[in-house]
Design a protein around this ligand. Structure first.
Ligand code: NAG
Ligand code: NAG
Ligand code: NAG
Ligand code: NAG
Length: 204
């Protein structure tokens, strides 16, 4: 089988483009500390406390807005928001791969980007279907306000101790199998590898 050289270049290029996009999502290597951010967003989820949501089936609505009692101008530089799915402390104990770190480069509290959107002060909501491969665990949602690829502010759907308004996900796949697949997706080059695999398959 013959593939046109330009097709090959296109595939390679798209591989790198996707890889660098994923890297941004992973907040790699930019030395931002959560404690240095303004907790300027108010975040909530539609789940009732302790609700169990079925992965691949159930939905949760995430809403967020700017906390207007912050000093005027705090949000002038916010351009986008990123909503993240985050492990509650009860699902972090004994799990180094879910460990909280104030430096967001090393923080493993929030394994998944739920959605990204342009920043708006109010009336933000997103209806999210829990992905099928979500590990069984207890979660909350954190939303970052981002400027120039750096987090500037955030808000969480729970209290400071992360004990209120949590929700549970009942995963369909066993937890062990998922942690492998999950880290593959979390890997900055996961999508890149997928493209390379496709390229390889095209040639055999
Ligand atoms: C909004 O910010 C003020 C000032 O920091 C704080 O006292 C208040 O608790 C915040 N409101 C919410 C709902 O988080
Ligand atoms: C917004 O960005 C400008 C330019 O980088 C900076 O001078 C200013 O301090 C920023 N404002 C806030 C509130 O972060
Ligand atoms: C937090 O808000 C204050 C007051 O508006 C501002 O001076 C500061 O630059 C903000 N911090 C970040 C990380 O944006
Ligand atoms: C938010 O939504 C409400 C009801 O739909 C509307 O009345 C209000 O003007 C909206 N506010 C903004 C800032 O868009």
């Amino acid at each position: 089988m013959e593939a046109h050289p330009s097709l090959l270049i296109l595939l390679l290029l798209s591989c790198f483009a996707t890889a660098s996009y994923a890297e941004h999502n992973d907040h790699t290597e930019h030395n931002v500390h959560l404690s240095a951010l303004n907790q300027s967003l108010i975040v909530s989820t539609s789940s009732t406390p302790g609700q169990v949501l079925k992965a691949g089936v159930d939905q949760v609505t995430i809403t967020w807005s700017y906390n207007q009692s912050f000093p005027a101008g705090t949000d002038t530089n916010y351009t986008t928001v990123e909503a993240m799915l985050c492990y509650a402390p009860v699902s972090q104990t004994g799990r180094d791969d879910r460990k909280t770190d104030d430096n967001l480069d090393n923080d493993k509290t929030c394994p998944l980007v739920i959605t990204e959107a342009p920043y708006k002060r109010s009336n933000n909501s997103f209806v999210w279907t829990i992905p099928r491969d979500t590990p069984t665990a207890t979660y909350f949602v954190r939303v970052y306000a981002v400027y120039n690829e750096h987090e500037k502010g955030y808000g969480e759907s729970t209290d400071a101790l992360k004990t209120t308004s949590l929700f549970q996900v009942d995963g369909i796949v066993s937890e062990e199998k998922v942690s492998g697949a999950w880290s593959m997706v979390g890997n900055s080059f996961g999508y890149g590898y997928a493209w390379l695999l496709m390229l390889f398959l095209l040639y055999i």
